[in-house]
Design a protein around this ligand. Structure first.
Ligand code: ATP
Ligand code: MG
Length: 330
């Protein structure tokens, strides 16, 4: 029996979390879910975005499945997502993006984005210099850069992936991105069997749209990784399909790439697959690799058959019905 912390989140979070829990339950892997609330829902009740009970649960169990949590814009709120990644040093954010048959605009995408998760412009160092001037400080360290690049190469080695591409803007940010690249090259030198390349981020956007099949493993800084992963999601059918894992030394949080989607929250039409595939990454992490591949295969079959697809995938299905057919496929 595994103990996993479940944060349903807000917006569509509770709907996709419920669906995912059912699907994971259907694999037969026994999980004791410790459900804890965080986000705007508890803010109204307790005055805190993350109550201490959430930190306690994470520290006790170290594995978390998390729904999206809205960050109130402005108003001095730090993103809960960013806070958790920094607090638990979840330095590697891994986002696999794969084509499914009959869905999305491209059929041969199979790439994995490794996004640095703890620094860059997300470090939250903003300084108001005057009424009319703010400086947002971009923090890049050799250590964090090496950590993420090494995670990308180690993954490539383990999964027999052939190529790693580092994405940067060192032509403009000569010092910050220059350091990222230097760290990246140092790590790449330890893996002579894996092809290493570098692409400037704006060019990468164009290349990904024109030839996404050329890319294998992509490694980049925090902000570029955020943007590139939404772009990559758009190539293969949208945010409703893309899972992610935030991995640190002794703690991991699995969550969908998408946000809380307030535009469709409460309507029963959110796509649960992104969180379900995040749960499959969690099963892999727990060593339940057979159950993980069964979940992925079930999702693949349902998407291929095109049954009960939610509106984001062009269908007329609902969260509940799509969940039901995935469980049947399992
Ligand atoms: P964040 O800042 O948290 O990343 P965001 O502004 O990028 O949030 P999302 O909440 O990810 O926005 O939503 C972007 C769009 O994608 C919305 O139109 C939303 O309805 C759609 N979307 C996101 N997730 C899903 C899902 N699981 N099922 C269906 N549509 C989704
Ligand atoms: Mg987003």
């Amino acid at each position: 029996m595994y103990k996993v912390v479940l944060i349903p989140g807000d917006g569509i979070g509770p709907e996709v979390a419920e669906a995912t829990r059912k699907i994971v339950g259907a694999t037969g892997v026994e999980i004791d879910w410790l459900v804890v609330e965080a986000g705007t829902a508890v803010l109204d009740k307790t005055g805190e975005l993350i109550p201490q009970s959430v930190f306690d649960a994470i520290e006790a169990h170290r594995v978390v499945l998390k729904g999206p949590i809205t960050t109130p814009i402005g108003g001095g709120f730090k993103s809960i997502n960013v806070l958790l990644r920094q607090k638990y040093e979840l330095y590697a954010n891994m986002r696999p993006v794969t084509s499914y048959p009959e869905i999305g605009k491209y059929s041969e995408v199979d790439l994995v984005i490794f996004r640095e998760n703890t620094e860059d412009l997300y470090a939250g160092r903003e300084v108001r210099v005057s009424e009319d001037e703010v400086h947002g400080i971009k923090v890049i360290t050799r250590q964090a850069s090496e950590n993420i690049v090494r995670a990308a190469f180690e993954y490539s080695k383990r999964k027999k992936r052939q190529k790693v591409c580092a994405v940067h803007k060192a032509n403009i940010m000569k010092m910050a991105d220059g350091l990222f690249l230097e760290a990246s090259r140092n790590v790449a030198a330890d893996y002579p069997d894996i092809e290493y390349s570098e692409v400037i981020v704006d060019n990468m956007c164009m290349q990904l749209v024109m030839y996404p099949e050329k890319f294998d493993v992509v490694v980049t800084e925090n902000l570029y990784g955020d943007i590139l992963s939404d772009l990559a999601a758009g190539l293969v059918g949208g945010l409703g399909l893309i899972p992610s894992a935030n991995i640190g030394k002794d703690c991991a949080i699995f969550e969908a790439v998408h946000g809380s989607a307030p535009d469709i929250a409460g309507k029963g039409i959110a796509n649960p697959i992104a969180l379900t595939l995040s749960a499959a990454m969690m099963l892999d992490y727990l060593g339940e690799t057979t159950a993980a591949s069964r979940v992925r295969t079930a999702v693949y079959r349902v998407l291929k058959a095109g049954i009960e697809l939610t509106p984001d995938l062009g269908g007329k299905g609902t969260t509940k019905k799509l969940t039901g057919v995935v469980i049947d496929a399992l």
